[in-house]
Design a protein around this ligand. Sequence first.
Ligand SMILES: *Cc1c(COP(=O)(O)O)cnc(C)c1O
Length: 381
Amino acid sequence: MTSPVDDTLATTALITKLAREELVDMVPYQSARRLFASGNNEQANSKTWLNANEAPGQGQYQLHSENINRYPDFQPQALLNAYSNYCKLPIENILATRGADEGIELIIRSFCRAYQDNILICPPTYGMYAISAENHGAGIISVPLVNTREAKCQLDLEGLKQQVGKVKVVFLCSPGNPTGNTLPVAQIQSAIDIFKDSAIVVVDEAYYEYTNEELGAEQVNNKLISQCDNVIILRTLSKAFALAGLRCGFTLSNTDVITLLSKVIAPYPIAAPVAEIASKALTNDLSIMQARVNAANHLREQLSEWLKQQKWCSDVFESDANFVLFRCNNTDDKNNVFNFLVEHNILIRDQSKQQQLENCLRISIGSEEEVTRLKQLLETL
Ligand SMILES: *Cc1c(COP(=O)(O)O)cnc(C)c1O
């Protein structure tokens, strides 16, 4: 008889032999929760989570379960109508997904042949583009963001031109995570033009609601979709709508793209309770969302000003989102700030392993109380 330990080893050897080789050593996405998993809800609740760009506070939602024995619609009508009304695009241009993350994955699976095609990313940027690409076997080409005399973290348009014909999908993030800045519309338009015959340009707008341009930006984006064949916009309810736990996002594009992605998505991606809560958030609760965004923007400006005055802080990035990225003088200062907060149960995100972000940390804008406590603590450092 083999002991349980031997069984485990035998299983591991078998699975390692059978698994796709490149997945064996792959490191899964280090989600904010995984990094500080306590396994225990009470402990989790005693922590202050300022590391995943979640919005503070929770809404009140009532669920109806009359039809829960039935499969939901492939794309729940009420939800599409609600988002259509919100984003001012027809429902034919909208695909509801399990978070914007599922949109990223669907796009890569729909356009990139495994082990043949590449995506393009502009680091420092959101980690899931590369993870989804690796998972699917798509290659990754990086054209890093550049600092110009006028502004930090801009697109390297010359660098992008050199990749024409070598990539199928280009991921732009605006406002950028973790950098925080909105890309000028002219730069996004240039990227779309550069790749107009050869690649899809995805504009990830997870933080769209926090940008100050408001309605003007909406019309620009609608124009991009109607005038360019190769544009996809990603949105989510996880940030400004304070519904990260719901898992609901939207992919906006022309009808050809939406039809294509519909062939790849799961048959019932949106659970009935998800559709119900999301529809309500998008109709009755828009003023609550707007108030939440205004409060976060105000707190962010205060926090940025405060950070600039701290002696361990050498640089604060401009942000149009619900977080602030800043650089510490050196690795010791960075570790001191991060670890001191962890000791006091406040979790922020270490971004220092990203290209160009040596000694950088990112703080999500939580509630006013949470941000105040963070500042008070750090003043005793
Ligand atoms: C949070 C985030 C997402 C993922 O959003 P979900 O809808 O929760 O999957 C996508 N892109 C960026 C840039 C993000 O920061």
